[in-house]
Design a protein around this ligand. Structure first.
Ligand code: SAH
Ligand code: SF4
Ligand code: F3S
Length: 441
């Protein structure tokens, strides 16, 4: 539905935060495509700059304001330049953004960005942070902006868990699952455009309960159905909550070959006292038993997690419990953060620990994770793995892709091209990637 009477206008999008924002940015670009916008990598030549923002920690949210400040000279040189703020900061701060940053023309929340095409044509400043009745996905154009053989697909949005530290239930609203039929259509469409690996996304993806044939479908059932799509070689999903890992989903890790052996399963802390204060509704022991069951279904599965250190009230013993849990699980990777008090969340009412306590704990935890990550990479050396090439590497004749276990792998393969799924023998491990040689495919 592109209006060809318009000359193309350039759109620059910067994405902050999680993978769901990456997906949303692609869909916003497609929506603005109907108004003649084409994306550019160069902000200086843009007719519109859109920041798709994240509110999860104070630093992430403040970064948006410093980036907006840096756009001032561009806006002065080009008064017609449109500047938009989307995503979770837009949702959380709304009109406050326009007050603090008069150069902003447009503020749009994560649930109303299907209205962007009308919003860009409005005169003056516009703001839309509704949680509308209508389903935004139904009002968005079909998928177009693909980045290669891998794609994200949002199946579930929002969160009802209300962990005491987290803004997501406020910025993204209540849990909603998209209907099975639409997801299968979108997945088939992606595959017909050359996608071979899909990562199913949701703030609470394993809480998926979308409407399908015969009632509500679980994530396990959706994965089994998607695995039937011809040409779809690999499936992943993120992010999961431990309490929503049901038996069928665990079993799928053992019996659906397309489901890759990598699972991001955040625990946040290894101390029951802190888990309780965080409102996580599980103990460290329950998490460890769950991991045992997952490993029984898929022994070589690689696990990752998120951790928060220096949550209000965290003692040395609580932190030691977290370190002990990490030692017991042995992760392949993990993200870790120093607690950041977020306005409006219950934890923000509690006194914070001194900054240096959090810094020291974070450093100690990250050192342990780094050593585990290195060990898990080194264990791959000599093994044969599947690699899906994503793009050429920096060296001539080199391709880069991801292994089944989500390791980045560099392969010298002059005949290789993006989208090839090949067998590779791993020959070396470096800080953040593996190297290997192609053996077939
Ligand atoms: N839905 C996912 C991820 C949410 S945000 C989940 O439930 O795990 C990603 C990560 O950011 C969280 O897992 C948590 O580790 C971290 N995070 C969230 N709020 C935070 C805060 N206030 N301070 C520090 N880290 C935070
Ligand atoms: Fe935030 Fe907890 Fe929901 Fe994850 S499960 S999005 S950490 S409230
Ligand atoms: Fe950030 Fe919103 Fe994602 S707060 S982590 S962009 S859901």
């Amino acid at each position: 539905m592109t209006d060809i009477t318009q000359t193309p206008k350039k759109l620059f999008i910067k994405t902050y935060g999680c993978q769901m924002n990456v997906y949303d940015s692609e869909r916003m670009a497609e929506a603005l495509g109907t108004k003649g916008y084409v994306t550019t990598e160069n902000a200086d030549e843009a007719d519109m700059v859109l920041l798709n923002t994240c509110h999860i920690r104070e630093k992430a949210a403040e970064k948006v304001y410093s980036d907006l400040g840096r756009l001032r000279p561009l806006k002065q040189a080009k008064p017609d330049l449109k500047i938009g703020v989307a995503g979770c900061v837009a949702q959380a701060e709304g009109a406050e953004i326009l007050r603090r940053m008069p150069l902003v023309d447009l503020v749009v929340g994560p649930q109303s960005y299907h209205r962007l095409p009308e919003m860009v044509e409005a005169d003056g400043k516009v703001i839309d942070t509704d949680f509308p009745e209508e389903d935004k996905f139904e009002h968005l154009p079909a998928r177009k902006a693909l980045r290669g053989p891998t794609a994200f697909l949002t199946v579930q949005e929002g969160c009802d868990k209300f962990c005491a530290f987290c803004v997501v239930p406020y910025t993204r609203g209540a849990e909603v699952s998209r209907p099975v039929k639409r997801l299968l259509t979108e997945a088939r469409d992606l595959v017909s455009r050359g996608v071979r690996e899909i990562t199913l996304l949701g703030q609470n993806v394993n809480g998926y309960h979308g409407e399908g044939e015969g009632g509500g479908w679980t994530l396990g059932r959706l994965i089994r159905e998607m695995a039937e799509i011809d040409g779809l070689e690999r499936l992943r999903y993120t992010t999961s909550h431990p309490n929503d890992m049901d038996d069928d989903l665990i079993a799928a890790h053992g019996d659906v070959p397309q489901l890759m052996p990598y699972l991001h399963l955040p625990v946040q802390s290894g101390s029951d006292r802190i888990l309780k204060a965080m409102n996580r509704k599980h103990t460290a022991e329950q998490y460890l038993r769950l991991i045992e069951r997952i490993r029984a279904a898929r022994p070589d599965i690689l696990l990752s997690s998120d951790f928060i250190v220096a949550f209000p009230g965290e003692t040395d013993q609580d932190f030691a419990d977290t370190m002990a849990l990490i030692r017991e699980v042995h992760y392949g990777a993990a993200f870790s953060f120093k607690y950041s008090a977020r306005p409006g969340t219950p934890a923000a009412e509690k006194p914070e620990l001194p900054g240096e306590v959090g810094d020291a704990r974070l450093q100690e935890l990250q050192a342990l994770i780094t050593s585990q990550q290195r060990a898990s990479q080194e264990a791959m050396v000599g093994r044969e793995v599947g690699v899906l090439y994503e793009k050429p590497g920096r060296l001539p004749g080199q391709m880069v892709g991801k292994s089944d276990h989500l390791h980045a792998v560099h392969v010298h393969d002059p005949a290789g091209k993006a989208g090839d799924l090949v067998r590779v023998r791993i020959t070396a491990s470096s800080t953040n990637s593996l190297a290997g040689e192609r053996i077939s495919g």
